[in-house]
Design a protein around this ligand. Structure first.
Ligand code: AN7
Length: 416
């Protein structure tokens, strides 16, 4: 029996793990990776506190779908900090609040967890060129991992709608960066069509291998909390791949008898780009894609998310919810996280904090809860937004008097 294989989330058809398919050839739905869990459990050293492997994606290699661990394309991704936020706890009246800081990853976002697996699969498949559509972070990550693997890389991004840091990363890593006159959903539609051409290896989150890498963040949180799962997990939703990955990771812990239950998955979208939120509040079983989406959180400016079906299931089955927050709430949350806790998130990465603040004020979460917020990307990805939304610089002359005046500290008297 093989160690892992592919299974369609719609019709249940199964394919070998080596098959180069991105969606189900029979019905077109998405594919999931399944493992022979009985066999794996007996082989998982981290279940037995095997300490010699560092925290990170490949610590969990028995539950990752690669042929030969020795040949992975890796930059030691994962192993990101889980940071306790005592100032937020005090201000919001919640017992335990943590940030899982995915900005710690090699290219500054959670995408690297998926790319180390996805680009390894591209190499296994004998690909020469990778391709993706991206709101930014996927392109940075794919460009870097493709460079490391010696593969060509093309990324399609929406013209003028991608943050400066992300664009500069894709360029310096040598990708062909195509700025499309359209939005992310246009880019993805084109890339999906191109993916039928075997000359391209397709690495959007439709590719089931990426989510496998991303699920390891759930295992890490469990270990970092000392062997428990949180009560609530706050997480941004764009294309909805990451929330599905966490769902899978926490579900694994339950089926391995390591945890009793799953955290409530609390998804957050931007008000101007919230098709999953709408389906959730309407109790609908399908989303209606949105054509005109707008938000300062460009990472999640997506109107037709591919993973909506499993995202809705994840939220409903765990007793969670999906909320939509305004751009003002996102910017306020970004500033609060930075100024109270010293943690700098890009706007999409700060949106879980906006959700937390709203949920705490509305009394949606109990005071004695343990909450983990997934800060998905580093603040330096999008420096422009800070300069636009923050206080101005104070320009001063190069002499002490001018500086003290600017600081509103009197000339007389002593500061120390
Ligand atoms: C910082 O880079 O879709 O719900 O093309 O960059 O799994 O899509 C980025 C998404 C959240 C949403 N936070 O995750 C892309 C892209 C940040 C992100 C999301 C993204 P998904």
């Amino acid at each position: 029996m093989p160690r892992y294989w592919l299974r369609c989330i719609g019709c249940g058809a199964e394919y070998p793990g080596s098959a180069r398919v991105y969606s189900c050839p029979a019905c077109g739905d998405l594919l999931d990776i399944v493992y022979d869990m009985d066999r794996e459990v007996s082989e998982i050293p981290w279940l037995r506190n095997f300490e010699s492997r560092p925290l990170g994606v490949w610590r969990y290699r028995e539950l990752l779908p690669v042929e030969d661990y020795r040949h992975v394309v890796s930059m030691n991704e994962g192993g990101t900090r889980l940071i306790r936020c005592r100032n937020l706890e005090r201000e919001l009246g919640i017992k335990e609040i943590y940030v899982k800081y995915e900005g710690d990853n090699p290219t500054g976002s959670f995408k690297d967890r998926g790319m180390t697996v996805g680009v390894t699969k591209a190499v296994e498949a004998g690909a020469e060129m990778t391709i993706c559509a991206s709101t930014g972070n996927t392109s940075s990550s794919l460009a870097a991992y493709s460079a490391r693997a010696g593969l060509g890389c093309a990324v399609l991004v929406p013209l003028k709608r991608i943050a400066l840091g992300k664009l500069s990363q894709a360029l310096i890593h040598g990708a062909k960066v195509l700025a499309v006159r359209g939005n992310f959903d246009d880019c993805l539609r084109i890339v999906r069509e191109l993916s039928r051409d075997p000359r391209f290896y397709f690495l959007n989150s439709i590719n089931p291998f990426r989510l496998e890498g991303q699920k390891t963040a759930a295992y890490e949180i469990y270990e970092q909390l000392g062997g428990v799962v949180p009560d609530y997990l706050m997480i941004p939703i764009g294309n909805a791949g990451n929330i599905v990955a966490y769902w899978k990771g926490f579900s694994d812990l339950k089926s391995l008898d390591l945890a009793d239950g799953l955290p409530r998955l609390m998804g957050v979208q931007a008000e101007g780009a919230c098709p999953i939120y709408r389906a959730f509040v309407e109790g609908a079983n399908e989303i209606r894609p949105l054509n005109n989406v707008e938000t300062i959180a460009t990472a999640i400016r997506i109107g037709n998310p591919v993973n909506w079906k499993r995202a809705l299931r994840a939220v409903r089955e765990t007793g969670g919810l999906v909320e939509a927050v305004s751009d003002e709430e996102i910017l306020a949350a970004q500033r609060i996280l930075a100024s109270r806790e010293g943690i700098f998130a890009e706007p999409a990465g700060a949106s879980p904090i906006a959700l937390l603040i709203r949920a705490a004020r509305k009394g949606l979460i109990e005071h004695d809860s343990r909450v983990v917020c997934i800060v998905t990307g580093h603040g330096l990805k999008d420096p422009d937004i800070v300069l636009k939304s923050s206080r101005n610089l104070i320009e001063v002359d190069a002499e002490i008097g001018s500086i003290l005046r600017a600081l509103e500290i009197p000339m007389q008297g002593r500061l120390f």
